[in-house]
Design a protein around this ligand. Structure first.
Ligand code: HEC
Ligand code: HEC
Length: 427
């Protein structure tokens, strides 16, 4: 878990032994007791798409309507989610990069998805799964200064609706040159009369209001559509006493939670919340794992370019310093279907990811390039920021030559456990 800025002292330059471990904090979420659709719509309905949903997130437990019981706004949101005509290329929708068959992430071949007016551009980051994303708390700092929550891998969007505005105008994605140009495309959409029925006959008089309504409908779709958060993995069935894990999956779960072995649950909690909520496998904090650089990302051709997560280049509102290089802890639900892994899509398999965790410091030569001065560890961070990498917490608390926290067989056990987190388990 990433812990907030602390003063840098010269004798900590290697960071060894400087543990950043703190007990996992379960983020507080905005609570609503009533059934979704109706309440959220009532609270937030002002035709401009701003209000309850825009400012906050929903919480567990709630009765969420099934596929066919979506509110009208959420149904409209689903049409918008799939509508390629709203992009400059005419070939890209939200669903292009968040594909239902890939747990709403991009296909594995897309390390970074192609976008832009002629699908000629590629951005900085791998497309994450957006399953369960509606349960993300808004970006905030805990009392001890720990940054938590927010949407995108750097938390820069304050709400789902705020996030949904981004891709339409992102030059590397749907690439509309302006809100006006998007709204012109919207006026020609097959569902335009429904859009006007729901958001007002005069909604196009103010393009920003029309744009906000699009974002609102998308957020409502992500909140209401159960296929985006079914909580029906084998592990959910196991927690409910309705399935048994195999011996290998059981060993994997133990290694995942054991604070002296994988210690994965320190950042990816696997227990139910105090309120009985199913685990989300993220505590929504940020951490710097020192993930190796990925040459497949075009921006990385410039050796002086670095994607530093919380401290930019995508966001610039936080002080530089300890935040540099930290990315949000992602949920691990459906992780077996969402390759490649990490913000830069550097690894293709879960075996590599778990291997990286436990062998990064004991066998750095397996992960980083070598130069005249030896292995260039943490090669995706400027040297001055190497001290931000988490080297104190298990499983990183080792030096070259030490025994890794997990053996090769134990790595496979953890991977077997991770595969129980796929949605759609049918005994
Ligand atoms: C070109 C591919 C692409 C398209 C098109 C796209 N996304 Fe994404 N999406 C991404 C990437 C990449 C990220 C992570 C970006 C980052 O962290 O800066 C992301 C992040 C997200 C997140 C935040 C996930 C989290 O964990 O915080 C949500 C929600 C989301 N997208 C929804 C949408 C919606 C809704 C649309 C359509 C309006 C859309 N996306 C269109 C690639 C895409
Ligand atoms: C100190 C916090 C921390 C611990 C401990 C931790 N993780 Fe992570 N994990 C993260 C962060 C942060 C990321 C995202 C990093 C990035 O994108 O650069 C991540 C990403 C991942 C991913 C990639 C998910 C994706 O969709 O790209 C997997 C898989 C994963 N962790 C599994 C594990 C396992 C297994 C363990 C235990 C061996 C573990 N993690 C321990 C913080 C942690």
């Amino acid at each position: 878990m990433y812990v907030a800025p602390r003063p840098f002292r010269a004798n900590e330059a290697t960071g060894r032994g400087a543990s950043r471990c703190t007990p996992p904090v379960r983020p507080s979420r905005i609570r609503s007791a009533a059934p979704w659709g109706a309440l959220l719509l009532l609270l937030s309905w002002n035709g401009a798409g701003r209000g309850g949903v825009d400012e906050g997130v929903a919480s567990w437990p709630v009765a969420s309507p099934g596929e066919n019981e979506l509110s009208d706004v959420a149904r409209l949101g689903r049409l918008i989610f799939r509508d390629e005509s709203l992009s400059a290329s005419g070939q890209m929708s939200c669903q292009t990069c968040h594909v239902p068959e890939h747990a709403h992430a991009a296909p594995a071949a897309d390390v970074v998805s192609a976008g832009g007016a002629r699908l000629e551009r590629r951005g900085l980051r791998n497309s994450p799964s957006i399953r369960y994303v509606h349960l993300t708390p808004a970006f905030h700092f805990e009392a001890d200064g720990t940054p938590v929550g927010g949407f995108f891998r750097d938390g820069r969007a304050v709400s789902l609706a705020d996030q949904a505005r981004g891709p339409f105008l992102d030059a590397n994605e749907m690439a509309n040159p302006s809100v006006h140009s998007l709204v012109d495309k919207l006026k020609a959409a097959s569902y335009v009369s429904e859009f006007k029925r729901l958001f007002g006959a005069d909604v196009f008089d103010d393009p920003q209001r029309a744009f906000d309504s699009v974002a609102f409908a998308l957020a409502q779709f992500e909140i209401e559509d159960e296929t985006l958060h079914p909580f029906d993995s084998k592990y959910d069935a196991y927690l409910a006493g309705e399935a048994t894990l195999t011996p290998q999956e059981t060993r994997g779960l133990q290694l995942f939670t054991d604070p002296g072995k994988g210690n994965c649950a320190a950042c990816h909690p696997s227990d139910r919340g105090a309120d009985g909520s199913p685990p989300l496998f993220t505590d929504f904090t940020y951490d710097n794992l020192g993930v190796p650089r990925n040459a497949d990302i075009p921006a990385n051709a410039d050796a002086s370019f670095f994607d530093l997560g919380l401290c930019g280049p995508q966001r610039s509102d936080l002080p530089r310093g300890d935040t540099c290089g930290a990315f949000k802890v992602p949920s691990l639900r459906n992780v077996a279907r969402t390759a490649p892994y990490f913000h830069n899509g550097r690894f293709q398999t879960l075996e590599e990811v778990v291997g990286f965790y436990v062998r990064r410091d004991t066998h750095p030569e397996e992960w980083y390039p070598s130069g005249p001065e030896g292995v260039r560890q943490f090669d995706d961070l400027p040297v001055a920021m190497h001290r931000n990498v988490n080297v104190g917490e298990v499983p990183y608390d080792r030096e070259p030559g030490d025994r890794p926290a997990l053996s090769a067989a134990e790595i496979l056990d953890v991977v077997a456990f991770l595969k129980t987190l796929d949605d759609g388990y049918r005994p």
